[in-house]
Design a protein around this ligand. Structure first.
Ligand code: ADP
Ligand code: GN1
Ligand code: MG
Length: 355
């Protein structure tokens, strides 16, 4: 453990002395560390990404949402627990301006990058569906927008086109095919935001980053424990949560797979997730149900647009571990969008069958 990390940790009243603190997990955004103490207690330490400008607002969101959910359960593993600083704050701002927080480590749990069985994916649907259901009466207007316009797909297009016009890395010429793909779907990008504006879809409290690796399962029973990574919890559409899960979890290959022939949206996994989500969250309106396939398609398109934008911009947002990784990520997303388009009628049929 570095001296710096030791200094960070000295601000938190941990159970025992920290003897280990190393990078952990596969997140793209925060810097995550596993901390082990002499007592055997383990914690998650995170440097909060500079993508979050209002850390006070973000941590207030997490504190109030976790407090609210705790009223529904006595199980400490059913919701994340913030470890406050010795000064009673939800995070520590260091002299260099970086912000750090600590959570209890959720023990005897699994966090998967890919469902190992359809049941794992079903359980993640139960976790995110329950989260949505538990927060149905939470006063959404008290939450801060931790990243403004996070799932505003038309706004993601605006940023894409701005970046494309600047082409700061001179990469646009080599990705013409991907750029054309994005531009050819621009009309559809505003379908959900328009429905929200017209009152056809309700504003809800949503997680907004519903990847499988943001769910914890019990190691033994493999049942859903809770959802983690609450940074982007804010007012949004239930379709964002549903759609982002399908984008990531119903894909037959990794998000950065180079061999696109391996990348498809698996209809049986789509069915599995839809069943779990609708069962855990019976409060969805008719319009929300009807737009579930569109949620999946637009979240996938939007994520591809974000990856491609970041590639054009020089990989400043998503952590990359090799050259071209963001481009590979964008390509898998576009392949998934195409695949969903070819399976469109089946997706709608499955939603009806799951109702
Ligand atoms: P990011 O925003 O970068 O994705 P996450 O909050 O999702 O960061 O954390 C990254 C990884 O760390 C998770 O995918 C999970 O494996 C692990 N993790 C995060 N919080 C906990 C926790 N409280 N208990 C156990 N593991 C955790
Ligand atoms: C980021 O934080 P993480 O790795 O769970 C991103 C999501 C993207 C995802 C793509 C705050 O998620 O929006 O869908 O990468 N989170 C943020 O893998 O931008
Ligand atoms: Mg995460």
């Amino acid at each position: 453990m570095t001296e710096y990390l030791e200094k960070v940790l000295s601000n938190f009243p941990l159970n025992g002395r920290a003897v280990y603190c190393e990078r952990y997990g596969c997140g793209h955004i925060n810097e995550t560390y596993l901390v082990v103490c002499t007592s055997g207690y383990r914690y998650i330490l995170q440097k909060i990404s500079s993508a979050f400008k209002d850390v006070d607002g973000l941590m207030e969101n997490i504190a109030s949402v976790t407090r609210y959910i705790r009223q529904f359960t006595d199980d400490p593993r059913a919701v994340m627990t913030i470890v406050q600083t010795s000064e009673g704050k939800d995070y520590k701002r260091m002299e260099d301006g970086t912000c750090w927080r600590v959570y209890d480590f959720i023990e005897n749990s699994l966090c998967l990058q890919k469902p190992e069985t359809p049941e794992d994916f079903y359980q993640s649907a139960v976790a995110f569906g329950s989260f949505q259901q538990q927060l149905q009466n939470f006063p959404a207007d008290t939450l801060h927008e931790s990243i403004p316009n996070f799932h505003n797909t038309p706004d993601r297009y605006r940023i894409f086109k701005e970046t494309l016009a600047k082409d700061p890395m001179g990469r646009a010429a080599e990705v013409k095919e991907e750029i054309d793909f994005v531009l050819s779907r621009e009309k559809e990008a505003s379908v959900l935001t328009d429905m929200l504006k017209n009152g056809e879809l309700p504003l809800r409290v949503t997680h907004n980053d519903t990847k499988l690796n943001n769910v914890m399962l019990d190691e033994v029973t493999r049942k859903a424990l809770c959802v983690i990574d609450l940074d982007t919890t804010m007012p949004g559409l239930s379709l964002y949560d549903f759609g982002d899960s399908i984008r990531f979890g119903a894909a037959t290959a990794a998000e950065d797979e180079k061999d696109l022939s391996k990348v498809e949206m698996d209809l049986e996994l789509f069915r599995t997730y839809t069943k779990g989500f609708l069962q855990a969250c019976p409060g969805l309106t008719e319009n929300e149900r009807a737009m579930l396939p569109m949620g999946a398609k637009l979240m996938t398109l939007e994520c591809g647009v974000r990856f491609l934008t970041d590639y054009l911009d020089g990989d400043n947002y998503f952590a990359v571990h090799r050259e071209g990784q963001n481009l590979d990520r964008a390509r898998t997303q576009f392949k998934l969008v195409r695949d969903m388009e070819s399976k469109w009628n089946d997706m709608h049929k499955i939603v009806k069958e799951c109702e």
